[in-house]
Ligand binder design. Sequence first.
Ligand SMILES: [Fe+2]
Ligand SMILES: [Fe+2]
Length: 365
Amino acid sequence: MKTKKVLVVDPLEKRRRRLASFLRELAYELTEVQDIKQAADKLLGVNNFSFLIFNCSQLDSYQVGLLRSIHSFNPRLSIILLTPQDEPYLGVELINKGLIHHLGEPENLSGLYAVLINEQEKQELRYKNDLYLKELRKLKREQERYLKKADILEEIYDTTIENLMTALDLRDVETFGHSRTVAKYSQVLARILGIEEKEKLDNIRKGALLHDVGKIAIPDSILKKAGSLTEEEWEKIRLHPSLGFGLIKEIKLVPEVGNIILYHHERYDGTGYPQQLKGEHIPLEARIFALADALDAITSYRPYRKERDFQVAREEIIKNKATQFDPEVVDAFCSIEISKWEKIRFETTRFLPQYEPWIKSAKSR
Ligand SMILES: [Fe+2]
Ligand SMILES: [Fe+2]
């Protein structure tokens, strides 16, 4: 244990010497003074004392004032008051005010030693505690810095996804706004089905925004072909979920996002693509998304047909319950009034003014 410095205050020289030699024997480093004023001179400045032992049979307000200053200047200093047994109330008030840590009797030296050991342990615990707190504060500051950076990265990441999605939608002006609408539909359906976790809902949104990212790799001559597609062309189109998944899996997107991209054309009865997964083998988020995607497709304009209303879409979705769509997702869809789905679509597509001429010209083609 490191040598501790002790300052002994005692007006009686003989008693002070006796106490000092006792503590020196126990390997403490001793400084002796006669009164509390001399002690204050040493303690109201830079010092490394661990203990102040104050032997006193009477305390006046001046001494109490000095003790208070010493205590506030040295919050880690243990102050021990030695007072005769016939003065039991002398230190009580000081203890209550937190100005001294222990009361002892001037003649009970072994008792004093026990007090010193006890205080020493407390001081070491306080010291360790301070170190832990310091470390904790440092970690907290670092964590805040990381969180801030993570927020910025998340923002950049979100913007990148939004921009990529806009670029995809712009490539196919007839479906402009589609990604945003299906993202919202998917989140609403997910909530009805009990998905509450913000992160999961956000991932479903990202997956929905990016669901057709694989179409980047499909040539315009196929994607925008006016007439009907050949079987060979269909085969290429059917590659887009796997192509999309291949594109995003490198950027460590969470499973929900990848599942939507890869499985959004699977059908509940196992006749979809690319893997012909069936029923609950298709991840829930992909089953949710499949309905959202179909709802927007049915109610949107296509060059080869007019948009159909939400009532027609509802009937068509119910007709395909348990074949194309998960029955539970269909029930979730039907649990909301048609007007609410219409409102979502209105909200997600109304802020697209700068692209409206493109859409109009596409519609008039
Ligand atoms: Fe698709
Ligand atoms: Fe779609």
